[in-house]
Design a protein around this ligand. Structure first.
Ligand code: HEC
Length: 149
């Protein structure tokens, strides 16, 4: 029993470390690392420069979600990913890890954009700090949820 809890604890710590490593990576480099490869693999064939489907493109640099139009597009993308609507039927399904990394990035970027837009630049740093704490306690909740049957 003890050994089992120790293993779970270790797993928990590992998950949290992975999560905070991701949280602390600057948004733009996380975009390049996690999102661009995902988009290239699953989206750009239909949403690139040439005749983009639905007039939606995903081939640009890291998006600025403080722009309401941009934010709307990514919110829609996130919803479609969550519901499995994109990539469309008949295309290879992304793995769960890939999907979660892309969706987490969108959530992170949207949360930060909301802080910047509502908090103003002067208050941005303080608020961003508490946002990170909220995020890590959320991480613990998720972690506990995952390891306790
Ligand atoms: C095989 C082609 C194809 C691929 C691959 C594809 N899409 Fe699409 N996508 C479409 C078409 C066609 C539309 C427009 C019609 C529609 O809404 O179904 C569209 C529309 C969209 C829209 C706009 C929906 C709206 O209601 O305006 C978003 C957002 C989107 N795709 C996101 C993605 C994302 C993210 C990926 C990659 C995970 C992706 N798509 C991959 C074909 C594709």
């Amino acid at each position: 029993m003890m050994a089992r809890w120790r293993t779970l604890g270790l797993l928990c710590v590992t998950l949290l470390t992975v999560e905070s490593a991701f949280a602390e990576q600057p948004l733009e480099s996380a975009y390049a690392d996690k999102v661009v490869p995902f988009l290239k693999r699953h989206c750009i064939s239909c949403h690139g420069a040439e005749k983009p489907k639905g007039d939606v493109r995903f081939d640009g640099p890291a998006p600025d979600l403080t722009d309401p139009k941009v934010s709307e597009k990514w919110r829609m993308a996130r919803r479609m990913l969550a519901q499995g609507e994109m990539p469309p039927e008949g295309k290879p399904r992304p793995s769960a890890d890939e999907l979660l990394a892309a969706m987490n990035w969108i959530e992170d970027a949207a949360a930060r954009a909301a802080v910047v837009t509502r908090g103003g630049v002067g208050r941005r740093d303080r608020r961003a700090g508490s946002g990170n704490r909220a995020r890590s306690s959320q991480g613990i909740g998720r972690c506990v949820g995952q390891v306790i049957p």
